[in-house]
Design a protein around this ligand. Sequence first.
Ligand code: DC
Length: 224
Amino acid sequence: MKHYSVAIDGPSSAGKSTIARAMAADMRFIYVDTGAMYRAVGLFVSRLGIDSTDAERVITCLPEIDIDISYIGEEQHIFLNGEDVNSLIRTESASIHASNVSAIPEVRAFLLDYQRSFAASNNVIMDGRDIGTVVLPDADVKIFLTASAEVRARRRYKEQKERGEKVTYREVLKAIRLRDKNDSTRASAPLRAADDAVVIDTSDCDLAGACELVRRTIREKIGL
Ligand code: DC
């Protein structure tokens, strides 16, 4: 049986996960947040006090790491060695550790099979940085979702404030620029739009407008 796959890539805080989740619910596809997998690996090593940029030590940990996804309602929960770590992986420091471990090719290879096997047996909307370029090069739809660093920082700042975190807009913007740089300049599977991706810039749209653009693109490609 044919399974459809929709790849949504783009820089951090471009709205990928919110939009992908909404599309998945609409289309009854499974939403897979691959960033959460990198975050879980980052969490594992940081708990051991290992520097997440120390590739050699991170690689030696991989055999001890088991990552699993399950769904509670429609929400994806990520399990690290059986522990639901969903709420622990969203902090600023978890973001940095995730970005660091994601630059290590062995970590990427470690997660790749799992990501591909999910798409082989489900209709998926998968978001990340390299879904259209590396993980699912034959995806039925490829979207590269982006927005200016300032717009993304403003959105993220608002979310963090709402969660009661003590941050300034300047700190958030600096962190976003650092992650953009790390994610797009790394040697292994850097962030970039696939040649056949539809690029959607959401700098000037609200969430409903961005969802509409994505929905239209998916419909044009696969008619669902
Ligand atoms: O989407 P996110 O912010 O949760 O991702 C966390 C980090 O993981 C991000 O800095 C880039 C990395 N990542 C990646 O390299 N490849 C993916 N497919 C998903 C995320």
